[in-house]
Design a protein around this ligand. Structure first.
Ligand code: ADE
Length: 475
């Protein structure tokens, strides 16, 4: 890839001779030339700027000067043209100064992708996605403005030619000129080129890959200033380490750059990742769609909204063989607005947690607490159940949000809530044909302790009974 950097301060680019960038230049991975804009001026003072039309402070860089320099660089690529041109200042030499007189390689412009990049505080934010796109260009010219910037007609003119023009900003702050931003662009693009990185694996799992910031990293010593390296990283268990890193990346991204979450492909997070994100208040829908999510206790006046939600969601977990009339009878009997109103009126024994998105309830859990009524008699007698538990009677999420992690976040909240109120375990029954639900509960620490029958509108269903301990000593 060829870079031409045009500036009135060529010394700014001396660092390009250092480290990997210097090696990449030596190896021919990148071909970087620095050009002094003043070399194309014709007056005694080598003037490049003038006062702004319309008034205002500062000076603006002249389009005719820039045009002369940029035309030289772009026209240099026409294969038949071998004449020396003003403004071709030369390649960066070992000491960071210019090698006067060297010409850029002659190339066929019809097969080239040429980009004129103009750093500007008013440009589009430079992102990893843009940088990855630029890595396929063959020639990038960076026009570094100073003072109040470059006359707008420069960008407008070259946009009309066979050149892509990118006015870009490296952040929401103002620099004195474009040189620092040019260095940023060159390094960000060049490190993606084949042959640049000593170890190409270094490019894997970087920040912005898949929309997440990178997880925190650690090395020796194992303890420093009383700060230990997290145990899991010393465990040698690659799957646990992968999960731990994913969770830390999710937490960092939520805390520092929630704007990036729209870039995440939900599938790339796995169930545990989506659940962590939901517990932090973000639900992923279709790719690119992120919604703020609230998990909270239900309000006393939400009986109607809960009954609506329960009526929508209860059928989702019923086996196909169950007649609709039986389902409707159960809903009318057990999940009516009156039934929820009465449960909401006794919040110590009926814990209802809800998930809310855009003002709508989209999921809920109902946990019964306080023996002996809380745990159904048949379950209470089972081996491994014991006393002092809570019964998770319902855990439902709207069809549209299934797989978004909301159910997992809700169940963890329900477990915390029950534990904080003294429950020693959480027990539940779920239809024995519902393999998806059983897998979900197992992932959340439940294990099977038995079976029971469950009456839905007069039809007897077979359930498995699952239990999760809530006290650390019984884990
Ligand atoms: N020139 C001045 N400020 C800049 C910024 N933030 N990014 C790119 N170029 C600039």
């Amino acid at each position: 890839m060829r870079f031409d950097l045009v500036t009135i301060f060529p010394e700014y680019f001396e660092p390009l001779n250092l480290s990997l960038m210097g090696k990449a230049s030596d190896a021919g991975v990148v071909d970087i030339a620095i050009h002094h804009l003043r070399d194309v001026t014709t007056d005694r003072h080598r003037t490049v700027d003038d006062t702004p039309f319309g008034g205002g402070a500062g000076m603006v860089m002249r389009p005719d000067i820039w045009g002369r320099c940029l035309d030289n660089l772009l026209d240099d690529e026409i294969p038949t043209d071998t004449s020396d041109k003003d403004g071709t200042v030369g390649h960066l030499s070992d000491d960071g100064t210019e090698d006067q007189g060297q010409k850029p390689p002659q190339v066929d412009p019809s097969t080239q992708r040429r980009v004129l990049a103009i750093p500007s505080a008013a440009g589009v934010p430079l992102t990893q996605a843009i940088v990855e796109d630029l890595a396929s260009a063959s020639h990038i010219i960076v026009a570094c403005g100073r003072y109040e910037g470059i006359d707008q007609r420069v960008a407008d003119h070259y946009r009309q030619r066979d050149v892509e023009v990118l006015e870009f900003s490296i952040g929401d702050y103002v620099l004195n000129g474009g040189e620092v931003a040019a260095l940023v662009l060159v390094e960000a693009v060049a490190r993606l080129l084949d042959g640049f990185m000593g170890n190409p694996h270094s490019l894997e799992e970087e920040s912005y890959e898949g929309g997440l910031l990178e997880y925190p990293v650690y090395t020796k010593p194992r303890e420093w200033n009383s700060l230990p390296v997290p145990d899991v990283l010393l465990s040698g268990n690659h799957e646990r380490i992968r999960q731990w890193r994913l969770m830390r990346a999710i937490e960092r991204t939520v805390e520092r750059r929630p704007d990036l979450l729209t870039k995440i492909d939900p599938a790339s997070l796995g169930s545990a990742g989506r659940e962590r994100l939901a517990s932090l208040g973000y639900a992923l829908g279709a790719p690119g769609q992120v919604s703020r999510l609230t998990l909270r206790e239900a309000h006393i006046d939400e009986g109607d909204a809960l009954a609506d939600l329960a009526a929508r969601t209860f059928p989702l977990a019923c086996p196909e063989s169950l007649p609709r009339e039986a389902i409707d009878a159960f809903i009318a009997e057990e999940l009516s607005p009156q039934a929820f109103a009465s449960m909401l009126a006794s919040p110590h024994s009926h814990r209802i947690l809800v998930a809310q998105i855009d003002g709508q309830l989209v999921g809920y859990t109902l946990t019964l607490l306080g023996e002996p009524e809380s745990v159904p008699a048949g379950i209470a007698k089972m081996r491994g159940v014991g006393t002092g538990g809570a019964y998770l009677s319902k855990c439902y999420v709207d069809a549209q949000w299934q797989g978004s992690g909301i159910a997992g976040a809700l169940i963890e909240r329900a477990a915390e809530d029950a534990a904080s109120l003294g429950a020693r375990f959480l027990v539940l029954g779920t239809n024995e044909a519902n393999a998806r639900a059983q897998k979900f509960y197992k992932r959340h620490g439940f294990r099977k302790v038995g079976r029971r029958t469950f009456d839905v509108g007069g039809v007897v269903n077979r359930d498995v009974v699952l239990v999760r301990n809530l006290t650390p000593d019984e884990e």
